[in-house]
Design a protein around this ligand. Structure first.
Ligand SMILES: NC(=O)c1ccc[n+]([C@@H]2O[C@H](COP(=O)([O-])OP(=O)(O)OC[C@H]3O[C@@H](n4cnc5c(N)ncnc54)[C@H](OP(=O)(O)O)[C@@H]3O)[C@@H](O)[C@H]2O)c1
Length: 296
């Protein structure tokens, strides 16, 4: 099974490359900038035609949530138009497409976890651009899966876990927002979930295609709770660990507004593909351990 992944240097793409070693039936080709720049119309189609994959995972995205407020055209170009082009080009070679999307399609006003049928109402440019990406993918390729995830961290790239661990090297006290809750997700777990979904498609052609799924770390916490868990894991390993105090969103103004609650209910993915994400805290421990290792 040949899989083309966009955004080769991103957290998810690098996690897919790593996890694909445990899926021998998979041949994974990851392409990123400058070889595949989604800002260039037609670039995705050329790459897909040349690789001739059975599945395309669109892991590339404009992910700078605050900067997107000032660069809406670029955010929509990458997250909406290019996502549609990827899906259309996949359809043209007979490939299914997995479009990775976000909890930021929701406004956060709901009590309790969001399921796939919950109404979308993004609060900012990033969420709006990703939502339009979902719509374009659905329209361009019936053999799609939209997989919304949240609060992604990994041993790769920039992410909240790395930021907290770095901050603890120079500060004894960190203040972190406690009134936004969500589903912290290890990109390694997300990658494993996507590869299991693809393995199911190989056995039972197209099971669950043409649908939207949520796939986030099991359980929920706030950014402050996540930071405290990271620090607890650091302390266990005698790494620098800071005290973490809660603050309100109003004490930490950001350019883009974030949903107060974006906890994802991943039950539909479990029911359809039989894969359950680990508890978020266990995956934080795995990634802190990886980040504690000297760079290889
Ligand atoms: N990170 C999160 O917290 C989060 C939460 C919910 C959903 N998601 C979604 O999950 C998916 C994977 O996210 P991630 O955390 O792996 O993101 P990431 O680490 O920020 O990686 C995104 C990748 O997209 C690439 N990219 C950006 N503009 C591009 C362009 N014009 N052409 C080609 N590639 C381009 C970047 O390339 P360069 O390396 O060249 O910059 C980067 O490698 C995305 O769809 C994202 O929207 C992420």
């Amino acid at each position: 099974m040949k899989i083309l992944v966009t955004g080769a240097e991103g957290q998810l793409a690098r996690s897919l490359v790593e996890r694909s070693q445990f899926h021998p039936a998979v041949e994974l080709v990851a392409i990123g900038r400058p070889d595949l720049d989604l800002a260039v119309p037609g670039a995705a189609a050329a790459a897909i035609r040349s690789v001739q994959p059975q599945i395309v995972i669109n892991a590339a995205a404009y992910t700078a949530v605050d900067k997107a407020e000032d660069e809406p055209d670029l955010a929509f170009r990458i997250n909406a138009e290019a996502a549609g082009e990827v899906a259309e080009a996949a359809a043209a070679v007979g490939a299914a497409v997995i479009q990775v999307s976000t909890d930021y399609v929701f406004d956060g006003s709901r009590e309790g976890p969001y399921d796939e049928a919950a109404p979308t109402a993004p609060l900012g440019v990033y969420g709006r651009s990703k939502l339009e990406g979902e719509q374009r993918v659905r329209a361009a390729n019936p053999r799609h899966a939209i997989v919304r995830t949240a609060w992604v961290y990994s041993p790769f790239g920039s992410n909240f876990v790395k930021t907290m661990m770095n901050a603890a090297r120079t500060r004894d006290l960190l203040t972190v927002v406690d009134d936004q809750i969500g589903s912290p997700t290890s990109a390694l777990d997300l990658a494993e979930g996507l590869l299991r979904m693809i393995a199911i498609w190989a056995e039972d052609r197209d099971r669950g295609l043409g649908a939207t799924y949520h796939l986030g770390g099991a359980g929920q916490t706030s950014w402050c709770g996540l930071a405290q868990a990271i620090m607890a894991e650091c302390a266990k390993r005698s790494l620098p660990a800071a005290e973490v105090h809660p603050i309100a969103t109003s004490d930490w103004p950001t350019r883009a507004k974030r949903p107060a609650n974006s906890v994802l209910n991943s039950g539909k993915f479990v029911r359809t593909f039989g894969f359950e994400m680990p508890a978020w805290r266990d995956s934080v421990a795995v990634v802190v351990s990886r980040l504690a290792e000297p760079e290889r």
